[in-house]
Ligand binder design. Structure first.
Ligand SMILES: Nc1ncnc2c1ncn2[C@@H]1O[C@H](COP(=O)(O)OP(=O)(O)OP(=O)(O)O)[C@@H](O)[C@H]1O
Ligand SMILES: [Mg+2]
Length: 236
């Protein structure tokens, strides 16, 4: 199947003064519509860096990111921002919620950025929060939410409005087994039913059952794992 989101020979080198970190070293990854892919690997192996490049939030040092076959380095700042806002749902490892806004307002802001008319955002935001089991916390600011609840708000924000590409960085890291499973089911449904291309960074081996494919990242390089329902490569 034709990939809709692709990293081709992507490198990211962070340089500050004399310190140089080769965080991603020649990664290739192609994700098709409706596909649910997991990226696993040790801490510091470059997973967040790779996901940020796939999400058009970080520019590769070398190589390219293609969205529906188009190299996004050719896009101007306006088009790039539009791609990020309208078509990509990103779940940040550190949640990145606005402290001054309630849970509902955080989700509504995401919907406004996607171009949803103001009259629809409240009901859509409430639906998105309900899908992660948080209707009762809609009017709470992040400071009054538990870690797992904050994480679920950030998931609701990323999924609201039905983006084509969903990139989630450890979306179950702060969740218990029941909520973690519910979130993975939600993401799987976005891939299977809505045809979204979904990439999830995770350490959670329990999620393997939901995946079409697991790739392993080690020391900035990707190696394809086996089908998750078989025994993945790399000893995981
Ligand atoms: N802005 C930055 N400047 C310099 N080095 C960075 C920067 N961001 C990340 N790194 C380094 O790049 C490497 C990869 O970081 P990254 O956050 O991508 O890892 P990760 O696989 O997501 O780890 P974790 O599982 O702990 O979240 C690490 O060694 C990290 O210290
Ligand atoms: Mg990370």
């Amino acid at each position: 199947m034709k990939p809709v989101l692709e990293a081709r020979g992507v490198w990211k080198v962070y340089e500050s003064g004399v310190i140089r970190v080769e965080a991603v070293r020649g990664a290739d990854l192609a994700v098709a519509r409706g596909e649910f892919v997991a990226v696993m690997g040790p801490s510091g192996s470059g997973k967040t860096t790779l996901l940020s490049m796939l999400g058009a939030m970080l520019t590769p040092t070398k190589g390219s990111i293609l969205v529906e076959g188009e190299d996004i380095s050719r896009l101007g700042p306006e088009e790039l921002s539009r791609l990020r806002r309208r078509r990509i749902g990103f779940v940040f490892q550190a949640f990145n919620l606005f402290a001054a806004l309630t849970a509902k307002q955080n989700v509504e802001l995401g919907l406004r950025l996607r171009g949803r008319p103001a009259r629809d955002t409240e009901s859509e935001a409430l639906r998105a929060l309900d899908a992660v089991g948080l209707s009762e916390r809609a009017d709470f600011p992040p400071a009054d939410l538990s870690g797992g609840e904050k994480q679920r708000v950030s998931i609701a924000r990323a999924l609201a409005g039905g983006p084509q590409f969903i990139l989630a960085d450890e979306p179950t890291g702060a969740l218990d087994a029941v909520n973690g499973r519910a979130v993975m089911e939600l993401l799987a449904e976005r891939a299977r039913k809505a045809g979204a291309a979904v990439v999830v960074v995770t350490h959670d081996l329990r999620v393997a059952q939901f995946m079409d494919r697991v790739v392993l990242m080690e020391d900035g390089r990707l190696t394809a794992g086996a089908h998750p329902r078989g025994a993945p490569a790399g000893g995981l």
